[in-house]
Ligand binder design. Structure first.
Ligand code: NAP
Length: 254
């Protein structure tokens, strides 16, 4: 049984680790290739886009894939829709692995919004020194905000267009509450901007913001394509695959 994991997340790596070495299972993890030196999952890895939903469907056919797990980041909306389209076209079962989103804790000042562009419109009314943690893509949304200063944290350096007045902090999680608290203090941050990525690795910024009494602009997630089953953790995704592997072996014995 050949399983394709669409990855780029901690959960995708964990799933590959759980499945690696399972008898009768061939595993390929796929990465988009956005990050210069990615953390690689266990087992076979391929890197780079497939060429849209059609390209992915062709890859699934050419490599005799029996099941796909879309374990991409909750904000990788295009890939998730391509996966749904390609799975439907090839009649291959698809599961989405999505870590749950965050919920505001008591005292957190959330300003929820649907996009980076909407977030940019909200900022001038909220503060002047912005901690932007939405990644290096999409910074053009903030490029016209000349009166604001930005601390931009990302894994790799962002490219223009981006805000004129900014400092780049190259780093990747997990982060700690003490570290985040110190960062907010040192840079005299008065607003934090984040995607609702969920997960523990980057959540400490929410706690640190609450303690500092800062507002947080939270970008809501895109929806999972209709009809696709979703599980919240790698363990459940591994069970889904285990179940299919069993069914396949029974069919082989028959
Ligand atoms: P996206 O907008 O949904 O996808 C754009 C294109 O990138 C896709 O059409 C596909 O190209 C390619 N792609 C995306 N994920 C891929 C994968 N796992 N394997 C092969 N090709 C992939 O995705 P994105 O937001 O740019 O994210 C890119 C990757 O970074 C994802 O794998 C995601 O898990 C990871 N990531 C994203 C974020 C985020 O905030 N968006 C955060 C952390 C990690 P083709 O059409 O050519 O196939």
């Amino acid at each position: 049984m050949h399983v394709l994991i669409l990855g780029g997340t901690t959960e995708a790596r964990r799933l590959a680790e759980l499945l690696h070495g399972t008898r009768g299972l061939e595993l390929t993890s796929s990465l988009a290739g956005r990050v210069a030196s990615p953390r690689l999952p266990s087992g076979d890895v391929r890197v780079g886009g497939f060429g849209g939903a059609e390209g992915l469907a062709a890859w699934i056919r050419d490599h005799a894939v029996d099941a796909v797990v879309d374990a991409t980041h909750p904000f990788a909306g295009t890939m998730s829709f391509h996966a749904a389209e390609a799975a439907a076209a090839t009649h291959v079962p698809l599961l989405a692995l999505r870590r749950p989103g965050w919920v505001p804790a008591e005292g957190e000042q959330w300003h929820e919004t649907g996009s980076l562009e909407e977030a940019a419109l909200m900022l001038p009314a909220l503060g002047r020194r912005i901690f932007l943690t939405t990644g290096r893509m999409g910074l053009s949304a903030f490029a016209a905000l000349d009166d604001l200063w930005f601390l931009v944290r990302s894994v790799d350096a962002p490219e223009a267009p981006h805000p004129r007045s900014m400092e780049i902090l190259l780093d990747r999680g997990p982060f700690t509450r003490d570290g985040e608290r110190e960062l907010l203090r040192r840079h005299r941050i008065d607003v934090v901007v984040t995607k609702d990525s969920g997960g523990a690795a980057t959540a400490p910024k929410l706690t640190a913001s609450r303690e500092a009494g800062l507002p947080v602009v939270v970008i809501r997630r895109p929806s999972v394509p209709e009809g696709v089953s979703v599980v919240p953790d790698p363990e459940r995704a591994a069970r889904w695959i285990g179940h299919r592997l069993e069914q396949q072996s029974f069919r082989a014995i028959d």
